[in-house]
Design a protein around this ligand. Structure first.
Ligand code: CA
Length: 380
């Protein structure tokens, strides 16, 4: 039999795993027949190219179908969710919304063998060391007997079960909520997985009753330099600046909050509290956090986002995002590297550039902004 790249890698990995406390017996069992997964590499390649606008993402993530399924899940699992909320002080709609986004309420938990997925990524990915750490964690889980090798399945990237825990998160935070002696996030019963998700959010200091955010309307002439997570003010202070709650009524008061403009100055605006950052521990993308928060609101009976999105704008490709970052850095507005991902540092650089150029400083990476930078910088 010909060796593949993963089998070669595993031969070198085995002594490291033994040194990390994984038994020879566990390794024999878990690594038997593990080879390169072409499907994992294919999905990884597709992931890298994928860019989407916030409105396109939300249309899919918070679709009428998913809202209806979330409402049904709240009812079906009301007793379980009561007990989880009582134990962990995490609002049920956030746990259910994460469940909805991660596995469509358990329907799509992933059927890729986790050990093979992680071994493939550890052997081939530029973040190989990270995936090797997750593989060791996965082997520890198998060694502890929480799940069988065949039962340990999940996504192409190693995330497992109803709420897609990475193995290292599972090891530190998964709980045996139903008390059967196993922390089972893979099986049909979602009890352990949902409780583990609540435990994870509690670990990052979720504050029960505090909203992730609310949609707001900014006044004419709003100073957009006040947007972004660098500027925190109390609701009363935002109200004094003319900021109002979308749909009317007073802004809720939950301490210092900041203004998020996920679609730029022409799109919907949100006032954001620290629970937003707690959800970021699941996935750092604003689009994901907004989808979780908004889906949670919708399944509790909340209405749709009211301000229309600037749907005439398109998403920057990763190459365009990198070009944008390089040009900003060249112009003296450091983005901290050019990876094509528009994070807080790039947004700050955009805001500073927009301010210097007399543009609306909303920190939004639009194609218009890229055109502006290209016109300034010539054809390079
Ligand atoms: Ca259990």
């Amino acid at each position: 039999m010909t060796q593949d790249i993963v089998q070669d890698w595993l031969a070198a990995f085995r002594p490291r795993a033994l040194a990390a406390g994984i038994s020879a017996g566990t390794l024999d069992l878990a690594l038997a027949g593990v080879t390169l997964r072409e499907d994992v590499l294919k999905k990884e390649r597709n992931q890298a190219e994928f860019t989407r606008t916030i409105w396109d993402y939300l249309d899919r993530a918070v679709s009428p179908t998913r809202i209806a399924a979330g409402v049904a899940a709240l009812q079906t699992h009301a007793d379980l969710l009561n007990r989880i909320e009582a134990r962990y002080s995490v609002d049920r709609q956030i746990v259910v919304a994460i469940w909805g986004l991660e596995s469509n309420f358990g329907a799509v938990r992933g059927d890729v063998p986790t050990v093979a997925a992680l071994a493939t990524l550890a052997a081939t990915n530029r973040r190989g060391a990270y995936f090797e750490g997750e593989l060791i964690a996965a082997l520890r889980i198998l060694q502890a007997g929480d799940v069988t090798v065949a039962g340990m399945q999940g996504s192409w990237a190693g995330a497992m079960g109803h709420t897609q825990f990475m193995p290292s998160n599972y090891l530190t935070l998964a709980v045996d909520f139903d008390g059967d002696g196993r922390r089972d996030i893979w099986g049909d019963d979602p009890s352990d997985a949902l409780a583990s998700t609540a435990a994870y959010l509690a670990r990052w200091e979720w504050r029960k009753g505090q909203p992730w955010g609310v949609e707001i309307v900014l006044p004419q002439g709003f100073d957009y330099r006040l947007s972004g997570d660098k500027v925190h003010k109390l609701s009363t202070e935002w109200q004094a600046l003319g900021v109002t709650k979308a749909g009317g009524g007073d802004l809720p008061d939950h301490g210092a909050a900041w203004v998020l403009l996920p679609g730029g100055a022409r799109g919907a605006a949100f006032l954001i509290w620290p629970n937003f950052h707690v959800i970021e521990h699941y996935n750092r993308a604003d689009a994901y956090v907004l989808a979780v928060g908004h889906l949670g609101d919708r399944i509790m009976g909340g209405g749709p986002i009211q301000t229309p999105w600037p749907r005439d704008l398109r998403a920057l490709t990763q190459a365009e995002g990198m070009d944008l970052q390089r040009r900003l850095t060249d112009a003296g507005f450091d983005t901290g590297g050019a990876d094509g991902r528009i994070g807080p540092r790039t947004q700050s650089a955009i805001r500073a550039y927009q301010t210097a150029m007399g543009l609306v400083p909303d920190g939004f990476a639009s194609s218009d902004l890229l055109h502006h930078l290209r016109a300034k910088g010539g054809q390079s």
